[in-house]
Design a protein around this ligand. Sequence first.
Ligand code: MSP
Length: 523
Amino acid sequence: MSLAKTFYLTTPIYYVNSAPHIGHAYTTVAGDVLTRWRRQRGESVWYLTGTDEHGEKVLRSAQANKVSPQEWVDNLVEKEWRPAWRSLNIANDDFIRTTEPRHTQRVQKFLTQLKDAGFIYAGKYEGPYCVGCEEFKLPGDLVEKDGKQTCLIHGTPIEIVKEDNWFFKLSAFVEPLLKHYRENPDACQPDTARNEVVSFLNSGVTDLSISRSTFDWGITVPWDTDQVFYVWFDALLNYATAVGLGDDPDSEGGKKFVEVWPPDIHLVGREILRFHAVIWPAMLMAAGLATPKKVFAHGWLLVGGEKMSKSKLTGIVPKDITDHFGVDAFRYYFLRAIPFGSDGSFSWEDMHARYTSELANDFGNLSSRLAAMIEKYCDGVIPASSYDEELAEALSATVEKADAAICDLDFQGGIVAIMDFCKQVNGYVTVKEPWILAKDPANKAELDAVLYNTAESLRALAILLNSVMPATCEILWESLGAHKSIGALKDQHIADVSKWGQLPVGSVVTKSASLFPRLDVIA
Ligand code: MSP
């Protein structure tokens, strides 16, 4: 029996020139939500994130802070990056750093093989370079500002690089890549991103300089030790080095590689699409390895209409938001408010409004009302089982819609479907008026039915929202007594959510702390 392939998802590995801001968190949370969701579908999953530690950008930030680059990256990774992901409840399976020997050694071996196969040759590079992007720029990527050629993304002047370098025969892969995207339109998404890649490929791609000789903060080129690899050529390989690239098939690394390769999804911001959809698959094609099934380019978080970034001093760190709204509201907000794939602006007002209406009122209040009523009218235990056709059918449709949307990276569509069901349950309670039913003992059976159906709906909501808001859903799950009467929340499969009647009669319901507490007024 062959086991299903492990679903392998990656985020970009982030530069450690500073601490993570909400743009980095956006991608990492999105990956976390999708991988948690797929685990709850019962799939085997591998979620990788990490840090990109070489190159001039990181080197210059270390120099500006008067520490060695190694000290700089060690300090930031341990004090900022890993803790940031822990505090946002990111359940990654691995975290790769490009300064780790498991990466550097596999990169050297892989690129030596590429050279031996004839894809790497010596040449001269002269042209514009943006250190912010760590990218050799083309004329169309630049704009003139105050008489200087500047980078369109960073708005900073480019530098002219003139070096003897090693080159990768990227131009040899233009036709194979065009064919690849013609035959596999899913391999680059959304469609707008693929169109951009195809027109870039059609515009005449030249070979790529893949080494630098004017600084040494990088992975040494094994056959020319005066040079280090170009940071992107080193960085892209993280997706493969982290899972045993080139290892003996019988070794642990070799087995991991077979289990996960090729990656199912590389999540990236749209500014690094070309690297992932042109250079990276070409490197893999040159090595005879399978290319990623999908590169998905999401949009930017904007501040003042521009890409939010640390270098423009518009960077907001997650803690600024989580201190006020909590971690789960942070995880919810961006995926709910902005269609994944489009740019979107962050605004405190909009976040406040959604927190209050969608999380506190629609979801939090439903849960606290139910717990209070079960305590008051049913001595704190789930009463006789019941079935409501309308709710049960709405739930089945919700699960189907949410599953299709989330697996298709339409987080907004998935979350809206689930929250619409939550609204419907609120409507059900409002119409049934259990507080009126409770006034007459003759209505006991009807009252029990209303409370049971509401509790069942909350059971389903806890499972469906668990990948987005794991800590909150755990509180809800325990408040329903489901951890004891059903089992662990993480073990509840999406495919079984809509089977009505799972909360056993007698399950002990307890009032929890408010899922979404009233917010302090911001000064
Ligand atoms: N080190 C490279 C990636 C190498 S991957 C082999 C890099 N690093 S980065 O630190 O600049 O991170 C870029 C990524 O962070 C974006 O592609 C995106 O995933 C995320 N974001 C950074 N700023 C962002 C916004 N303002 N909005 C949305 N996402 C953003 O590029």
